[in-house]
Write a protein that binds this ligand. Structure first.
Ligand code: FPP
Ligand code: MG
Length: 321
């Protein structure tokens, strides 16, 4: 994001974000600070700021509080997610659960989550904390659904979409809606920007799920193949299964649901997904969601904030790391 508007916003957001980590317990800034300092695209706080600007308002201290708070919620969710997924690498460095242990990672996540709501309350807009509280409920629900231990969920594209909507899209939608509220956009613009964030979030997770198979860990900063290892059936594989014969589908389901998977099994699944066009179809679906997201921006004036949102959306849809 090299646009001037993003650089200006980015600098202010970084300052507010690191100020927000102040705590008596040194482990809080140590864990949260090292995760934040190791990278991250700051997509969600940029969405808050750019949507606020798109609605014609300037960036106030309240906007910065809300922008930093949404990144804290996202950071808390990653700390928890890495414990749930048993991940060992995040943003190219050992994940907090590996470096400091599960208890510290979960508790610092709890702290950030609570701090985020303290900051959201400072915006003095009653809808904003409520919108994020509902978003976090939804994220937790998506993660619970993804565990797949409820005995009712068989893998399907519909189920996958329900999970992605909850675990990823709702927070981006909330970030955009919050920006519109702070920008005084009014109900119709709030709703358009919420839809923009939702479609962007869906596309973001589709790409994340492609990259879990394909990205070089040196670029993505994550361990590749984690979804398959954890038995998560994501969009590329679901599309490939959809295009396969019954026999082939049963064979593949046998491999992917096995608790232990060898490197050979991983290669076999990768080749299957590739040969059945699963990656291509998932990427096309991501592009189509990005196009759909951007249609929600058409009612807005064509200014720097709108261009930045369009650029951000396209770069996320095309990213390969
Ligand atoms: C990453 O998914 C994780 C999420 C999108 C959401 C995680 C949400 C929670 C743990 C519940 C909410 C909790 C709090 C404290 C707000 P992924 O595993 O597919 O992506 P990855 O490859 O980046 O790990
Ligand atoms: Mg994960």
């Amino acid at each position: 994001m090299d646009k001037e508007i993003c650089q200006e916003l980015g600098t202010k957001i970084e300052r507010r974000l690191f100020d927000a980590l102040a705590a008596e317990a040194p482990l809080v800034p140590a864990i949260a600070g090292s995760l934040l300092a190791s990278g991250g695209k700051r997509v969600r706080p940029l969405l808050v700021g750019l949507c606020c600007r798109l609605c014609g308002a300037g960036i106030t201290p309240e906007t910065l509080d809300a922008a930093a708070a949404v990144e804290l919620i996202h950071t808390a969710s990653l700390l928890h997610d890495d414990v749930v997924d048993g991940a060992s690498l995040r943003r190219g460095v050992p994940s907090a659960n590996v470096k400091w242990g599960n208890s510290a990672a979960v508790l610092v996540g709890d702290f950030l989550f609570a701090r985020a709501f303290t900051m959201l309350n400072r915006t003095k807009h009653p809808d904003i904390p409520r919108i994020f509280a509902e978003a976090v409920e939804s994220m937790a629900e998506g993660e619970v659904m993804q565990l797949g231990v409820d005995g009712v969920s068989s893998p399907s594209i519909e189920r996958y979409l329900q999970i992605v909507y909850r675990k990823t899209a709702v927070l981006m939608a909330a970030a955009c809606r919050c920006g519109a509220i702070l920008g005084g956009g009014g109900r119709e613009r709030e709703s358009a920007l919420e839809s923009f964030g939702r479609e962007l979030g869906m596309a973001f997770q589709f790409v994340d799920d492609i990259l879990d198979y394909r990205a070089d860990p040196a670029c993505s900063g994550k361990n590749g193949g984690g979804d398959l290892r954890d038995g998560k059936l994501t969009l590329p594989l679901l599309y490939a299964l959809d295009a396969a014969s019954d026999v082939e589908r049963q064979d593949m389901l046998g491999i992917v649901t096995r608790p232990e998977k060898s490197a050979g099994a991983f290669r076999q699944v990768l080749e299957f997904v590739e040969s059945r066009g699963g990656f291509e179809r998932a990427r096309e679906e991501a592009r189509s969601r990005i196009a759909c997201a951007c249609r929600n921006l058409e009612q807005f004036e064509d200014n720097e904030a709108r261009e930045a949102l369009e650029d951000l959306a396209h770069s996320l849809g095309e990213r390969d790391f």
